[in-house]
Design a protein around this ligand. Structure first.
Ligand code: BTN
Length: 228
């Protein structure tokens, strides 16, 4: 397919139950954040999009971090030594290289939550990418997909029954496993401006708080980690 996200966006979703999953072993037009493309050559990565209907719509912004936490736990499950980390807002990194990317799109009250997880190194991928096989992990597509869905379903079930509780657990998970907090960072904002300062925390909406002369609340940005 061109893109699991696009396929789900175009689909007749009214007839589909929540957590309907579109999965591909390759995409011809994978979409990345900020209009970028996402490389997914045949058999090299999992491309997954889930249809979600969050009960607590005010907290739907947490769903990308929920997926990042699920990917992080999945990678750790297959390689406990790899120490995967979540870079705000939602990249999963191993040895400072990206193993997964997440792209969510809100469609009214529904959310299409897409995730790409690299299984094998790909020729067309950027140098900053890494894949599970480079960690010495040869788990199959189905094994990794099963674990990822299991991790996500557990977090999402909690979110649907008590979003406040689920979100505070997610924030704790992020604080434990993020290289962003406590780092000097540059936030490249979507409008083109930049903010440099110390990333001190995330707030109740999942925004990143950066301290410079004042505390800036960042809802969307590309983050560059500076050496402390
Ligand atoms: C990023 O730029 O980091 C986000 C990449 C998201 C890629 C996934 S692969 C499955 C889903 N379908 C897409 O077209 N994109 C997302």
């Amino acid at each position: 397919m061109d893109s699991t996200n696009l396929m789900l966006e175009r689909a007749d979703r009214g007839a589909m139950p929540e957590l309907t999953a579109f999965v591909a072993a390759s995409q011809t037009a994978g979409q990345g954040r900020l209009g970028r493309t996402w490389v997914s050559e045949p058999g090299s990565s999992i491309s997954l999009s889930l249809l979600l209907r969050p009960n607590d719509r005010a907290r739907k912004g947490w769903l990308t971090l929920m997926m990042a936490a699920s990917v992080r736990a999945t990678v750790e499950q297959f390689d406990p030594e790899s120490k995967p980390l979540i870079k705000w807002p939602n990249d999963v990194l191993v040895v400072e290289r990206k193993i997964s990317g997440i792209l969510a799109k809100a469609l009214g009250d529904e959310v299409v939550l897409g995730v790409g997880l690299n299984l094998k190194s790909q020729q067309g991928a950027p140098e900053t990418a890494i894949a599970l096989d480079e960690l010495g992990c040869d788990a199959s597509f189905d094994e990794v997909l099963f674990e990822l869905l299991t991790q996500f379903r557990a977090r999402y079930a909690k979110f649907q029954s008590d979003a406040h509780w689920a979100v505070s657990d997610l924030a704790a998970e992020f604080r434990e496993h993020s290289p962003t907090l406590g780092s000097n960072v540059i936030a490249m904002l979507p409008g083109g401006s930049q903010i440099q300062g110390l990333a001190i925390d995330i707030d109740a909406d999942g925004n990143l708080l950066i301290e410079s002369d004042v505390i800036h609340t960042i809802s969307a940005a590309d983050i560059i980690h500076l050496r402390n």
